[in-house]
Design a binder for this molecule. Structure first.
Ligand SMILES: [Zn+2]
Length: 725
């Protein structure tokens, strides 16, 4: 018996001492890192949840595409909170424990030139199926990938094109891990296998200047906690600058709060033999003269009561939309020329500070038929040839090297003269946050991705300084601090239901990190038809403002073709209901603006603090902004009941101290046979319960609404002032 016990004790001793001998270990209160001394495999333990994260061992991808496994060639040392080892290829790897927040920095020093990539994580962080197992990836707005589906796949997200933020999250058994990096030469590779079992795994490929990745275990949590944990990292990197902070430098930023985006495509020239114009003849399209652009703004301001908006002109430039850049002046003579545009600017400014007058321009594309065409400005391929961009209305574009873009934009005949003539409040310079980062091989202006990011930022800084307000296409985190709006990122949410095949689950990662730092619009090509209620719900849910659709010329006078929208699905025209306007597009704009603009103002300075899917089919979603703005939207066919409302399909409810808005079948016990749209809005910033001025807007449906314990009948709108209480 005694002998048996001794053997047992001995085995126990061995079991305890073996890992200590074979792994180097770093540990603090919150986490533990173990590095296998034999094969360099890394294991990370979240001590709060007990979850272990297997990062595996790094692997090298050589220039000839062969791969090499890493083995420590000498001692794996551990000193001063850092584990170090050197490989037989001569690369030193380090894992350093960081205290605040508790995390580990995993890095290596310079790799030899025959190494093309270092896979710091090589098919690690694996996940099997489970409701609390997923990757949260910064693809555009953000997506969740679960280990599910019948088809294996590999997804590479690279270079601030595949990802919008330099981070990702892994959730395993409800335990969350945040991974971040700072160099754009870091690529995320996700592999999904179905054999021998369903399994997601992740690799992080570091090239060129990329050297490190940070891992931060977050305890129990999901994608919301991951996005929130990234905010301080984003701030540290200079990417997060809130609107409240921007307002201190430029109070004009507040002109975006609740501002609808109207972008008339005034004049479009399609050169022949492109996918846009397959004929042999040039095609000109005049949708608005400059005079009609001003009429349009006045129509929205006076007839619809739109009191906060952007009017950003497309196709004002000399050759027509997307033609002959960068030679934009004089303004297109076909629609009124310089004098016409000056007068348009004057009339829009006369509408007051609620209306922002903007111009759409481009300092990334150069066209060969531009009078100032000069190859010196163009980005070069490794073989010295000119770097082609897309084929647009004006034909083949060539990409301007971003090291040269400020030089072009600041020529006397560009931004300085445009400013002088037309006094724009806002400049939109196309494609900056939509295109990937580029390398340029022109020996006169060579450029890495890191350089491109720097010089593109310089262009943003220049345009913003010159004009005041500035924005560009799509949206990336590195643009947040240096621009005033993004146009495109919201389309990730609005278009997902139409795009097939697309099983990505969209979540507002970007919105949680940066929602109180930059207004986000959809792409200019993504405008809601009157039968697009999902588009409206998406904007209610994320509290963002739309890019509206409207007719051409003076469409509202009824002299033009009334509806260019053919094949309208009447079952989906809910938000175009009402009798204020004969043109249903105007009715749609009015109803949705009355909801979205006040919501945009209430939430502008508040971060999104929560997001949830409320039903297993993910057809009902809720968000929260700050502590007390709560929003629920119902995309599904079935009714959904919240504590105070019943939401039909396309129903929503916004509840906050100063704003209540809903499209509901019932609210506060008041039932609507015909579901109603109401907005109750405090006009003096006091809570609705004590406000001395409350505006009630009734869009359509039942006309009764409960307010301060009374049932009011509101046909269109009513202002309740203190005296009536
Ligand atoms: Zn260059």
């Amino acid at each position: 018996m005694k002998r048996f016990l001794n053997q047992g004790s001995l085995m126990l001793l061995i079991a305890v001492s073996l890992p200590a001998a074979d792994t180097a270990r770093l540990e603090n209160r919150r986490l533990r890192v173990e590095v296998d001394r034999a094969d360099a495999a890394v294991r990370l333990l979240d001590k709060e949840t007990g979850e272990a994260w297997a990062l595996g061992a790094p692997r090298l991808v050589m220039q000839d595409k062969s791969t090499a496994t890493i083995r420590p060639s000498g001692k794996v040392t551990e000193r001063g909170g850092t584990v170090r080892y050197r490989t037989e290829q001569g690369i030193e790897f380090q894992l350093q424990l960081l205290a605040n927040p508790p995390s580990v920095e995993y890095s290596f020093d310079k790799a030899p030139p025959n190494v093309a990539e270092v896979l710091l994580v090589d098919k690690g962080l694996a996940l099997g199926p489970g409701v609390n197992n997923y990757y949260a990836l910064p693809v555009r707005m953000g997506i969740l990938l679960y280990p599910e589906g019948e088809k294996p796949y590999t997804r590479r997200l690279a270079n601030y094109a595949g990802y919008s933020m330099a981070m990702l999250g892994v959730v395993k058994n409800g335990s969350a891990l945040l991974t971040t990096w700072s160099d754009p030469y870091t690529t995320i590779v996700v592999d999904y296998a179905v054999e021998p079992r369903k399994n997601l795994s992740l690799s992080l490929s570091l090239q060129k200047s990329a050297r490190s990745v940070r891992f931060e275990p977050l305890g129990r949590g999901g994608y919301v906690e991951i996005a929130k944990a990234y905010r301080p990292v984003a701030r540290q990197r200079g990417y997060l600058k809130t609107l409240a902070e921007k307002m201190k430098e430029n109070p004009g930023v507040a002109r975006f709060f609740g501002a609808a985006n109207f972008k008339p495509f005034a004049f479009v020239r399609n050169v022949p033999n492109t996918r846009w114009n397959q004929t042999d003849k040039e095609r000109l399209n005049i949708n608005f003269t400059f005079e009609e652009c001003a009429d349009l703004a006045e129509h929205f301001a006076r007839d619809l009561g739109i009191d906060r908006a952007l009017l950003v002109l497309n196709g004002w430039i000399n050759g027509g939309y997307d033609n002959r850049h960068p030679d934009v002046l004089p303004a297109a003579p076909e629609i009124g020329g310089d004098r016409g545009l000056m007068e348009c600017s004057r009339r829009v400014h006369a509408l007051g500070p609620g209306w922002v007058f903007g111009l759409h321009d481009n300092y990334q594309d150069f066209y060969r038929d531009a009078p100032s065409w000069n190859e010196d400005y163009i980005m070069k391929n490794p073989d010295g040839s000119l770097r082609q961009g897309g084929v647009w209305a004006g034909g083949q574009a060539y990409l301007i090297c971003s090291r040269k873009s400020v030089e072009l934009a600041s020529r006397p005949q560009n931004v300085p003269r445009v400013k002088e003539l037309f006094k724009p409040d806002l400049y939109f310079s196309d494609t900056i946050f939509a295109s990937p980062l580029y390398e340029c091989f022109d020996p006169k202006h060579p450029m890495t991705w890191v350089d491109d990011l720097h010089y593109k930022t310089q262009l943003c800084i220049y345009l913003r300084k010159e004009v005041g307000l500035f924005g560009s296409e799509e949206g990336r985190e590195w643009g947040v601090a240096h621009s005033d709006y993004f146009e495109g990122l919201m389309s990730h949410k609005t278009r997902w239901q139409q795009q097939r095949p697309n099983d990505d689950i969209i979540v507002p990662l970007f919105e949680i990190v940066y929602g109180d730092a930059i207004p986000m619009y959809t792409h200019q090509s993504d405008r809601p038809r009157i039968d697009a209620p999902n588009y409206v719900l998406d904007h209610v849910l994320y509290a963002e403002m739309p890019v509206y659709d409207f007719g051409t010329h003076r469409y509202w006078t009824g002299t033009q073709q009334p509806q260019r929208q053919r094949g309208v699905d009447e079952s989906r025209t809910v938000f175009a209901r009402g009798d204020r306007f004969s043109d249903r597009r105007d009715q749609f704009i009015k109803n949705t603006y009355e909801v979205l603009s006040p919501l945009g103002r209430v939430t502008a300075l508040l971060p999104m603090t929560d997001h949830r899917f409320l039903t297993p089919d993910r057809k009902v979603e809720s968000t929260r902004f700050g502590t007390d703005v709560n929003i629920t939207v119902n995309y599904g066919e079935a009714d959904y009941a919240t504590p105070r409302a019943v939401l039909p399909q396309y129903g929503f409810i916004v509840e906050s101290p100063t704003l209540i808005a809903f499209y509901a079948r019932s609210y506060r016990g008041l039932k609507y046979d015909d579901p109603a749209l109401f907005v109750l809005r405090s006009m003096d910033d006091r809570p609705l319960v004590s406000s001395r001025k409350v505006r009630i807007y009734h869009g359509f449906g039942g006309n009764q609404v409960e307010f301060r314990g009374k049932v009011l009948k509101v046909d269109r709108e009513q202002v309740i002032s203190g005296a009536e209480q």
